[in-house]
Design a protein around this ligand. Structure first.
Ligand SMILES: *Cc1c(COP(=O)(O)O)cnc(C)c1O
Length: 448
């Protein structure tokens, strides 16, 4: 498969180059030149297939031209060692629980898949032994832990996790700042957007790129965001199975609480491949840049604002460019036509911190289901927008125990911490403090 840049001013790349470089030379995001629709028979068989079997077919469609079939199957099986169930919360509303991976984050799938794919390319290349690929990742919480754990101990790769000081939860911090080995945590005196800017600037710095090989594991990387499509095929397979059993015929609506829009973007790629979803909802917290775009047709990025759902505190969602490209490129649509096309498929929602607290309380009182602050936005968007004849599936993107302080104080409970999470908290923090000034970060990397 050939990959082009959303900015249109960079050379066409192979999958290997797109994965190793992350961002194109012109700062655009890589997009596959074509999206292979999956055959009707696949969708008919899907309800009877396992998560791994479904994911293998989807991965084959994305990456089959560039990765040897058996190796790809191995990568998928190694990535998906857990389930991703849909759980009934109330009539016609299901929670797609994306938090059953190793760090209890949905990003575990993309991170592990990317680590394995990168390793596959490093092994296959004639790079001198001992040369390291350096992965830079900016995180507002969950990305850092998923990437750090996905890459932990993978030979030939060093990971630098940049996170905003004081703006991620203790549990999240413990998941990437205590690991050691090939993982270095960098505590930036700034907000998430500062971390993201440091990473982006590093990729564009010629001196740094001569000094060391740099790549990104944010959802700008095709190997990070695309595998998230596995979840949506698997979720719809489960929903189809339930429909078969009940004899009901409702249409599926999928709601994704969104920050950088990588997750929903993967779902939209799935839709382009024929996944039977009628429409999507992108739920925002107070950082409602996408919601405003849907209303006005204008994209106006702004500084992010801290909220209870901190993994969605993004002021300039990097995958916005991919969504625009997905719906305009091949039809050469104007901005107005593109906006119309997008609003006919995707609606938005936005919730303040006060609303998030209310939603969590109401859902718990009515159904007994414990929402985390991110899932709360998704749940409420489905509640508010579901129409007759539809089934709503919202993503519960974080295990509520990852936001224990918030969940406990809002619901007045003492949520147990799963053992997997508690184990991380036993380690010692070993972060390196950093200013948000690029010159400081550059000097640090040059000294490595
Ligand atoms: C990363 C994350 C999101 C946002 O996902 P994007 O792909 O950036 O839109 C939402 N919720 C949680 C818990 C996350 O970790």
């Amino acid at each position: 498969m050939r990959y082009y840049s959303t900015q249109g001013r960079a050379p066409i790349a192979t999958l290997e180059k797109a994965v190793v470089k992350g961002l194109a030379e012109d700062r655009g995001l890589y997009m596959p030149e074509s999206i292979t629709p999956l055959p009707k028979e696949f969708f008919e068989q899907m309800p009877e297939m396992s998560f791994q079997q479904i994911a293998c077919q989807v991965a084959q469609a994305f990456f089959g031209e560039d990765v040897e079939a058996e190796a790809l199957k191995q990568i998928v099986c190694d990535t998906l060692s857990f389930e991703s169930p849909i759980v009934k919360v109330k009539d016609n509303i299901y929670s797609l629980e994306l938090f059953h991976g190793p760090t209890l984050a949905f990003k575990d799938v993309g991170a592990r898949f990317m680590a394995r794919l990168l390793q596959y390319f490093i092994k296959a290349s004639d790079k001198p032994k001992g040369a390291t690929v350096n992965v830079l990742v900016a995180t507002s919480g969950d990305t850092g832990s998923a990437v750090a754990n996905g890459f932990l101990g993978v030979e030939g790769i060093h990971v630098y996790v940049l996170y905003p000081k004081g703006k991620v939860s203790k549990i999240q911090e413990s998941q990437f700042a205590t690991l050691g080995q090939n993982i270095t945590a960098i505590e930036v005196d700034g907000v998430f957007d500062d971390c993201q800017a440091l990473v982006k600037n590093a990729f564009m710095d010629e001196e740094l790129c001569r000094h060391m090989q740099l790549t990104s594991a944010n959802s700008i990387n095709v190997a990070r965001f695309l595998p998230q499509a596995f979840y949506y095929f698997n979720a719809i397979a489960q929903a189809m199975k339930l429909q078969k059993e009940s004899g009901e015929q409702r249409e599926f609506v999928v709601c994704v609480p969104s920050g950088n829009f990588g997750n929903i973007c993967a779902a939209l790629f799935g839709h382009q491949m024929g996944l039977p979803v009628k429409r999507f909802i992108a739920a925002n917290n107070a950082n409602d840049i996408f919601y405003q775009y849907l209303l006005t047709g204008q994209y106006s990025p702004r500084a992010s604002q801290q909220t209870l759902a901190n993994a969605m505190d993004v002021g300039d969602p990097s995958n916005f460019a991919r969504i625009i490209d997905l719906y305009s490129k091949h039809q050469q649509l104007s901005p107005v036509e593109t906006h119309q096309r997008i609003t006919s498929l995707i609606s938005g929602a936005t919730y303040s911190d006060d609303e998030i607290r209310d939603i969590m309380r109401r859902c718990y009182a009515e159904t007994g289901y414990v929402l985390d602050p991110h899932g709360a936005c998704g749940y409420q968007a489905i509640e508010d927008q579901l129409k007759p004849g539809e089934i709503g599936i919202f993503c519960e993107t974080a295990h509520p125990a990852k936001f224990k302080e918030t969940v406990d104080s809002v619901l007045g409970i003492d949520l147990p911490i799963p053992e997997r999470l508690a184990n991380f908290m036993k380690g010692t923090k070993q972060s390196i403090p950093m200013s948000k000034d690029f010159a400081d970060f550059k000097q640090f990397l040059l000294n490595q």
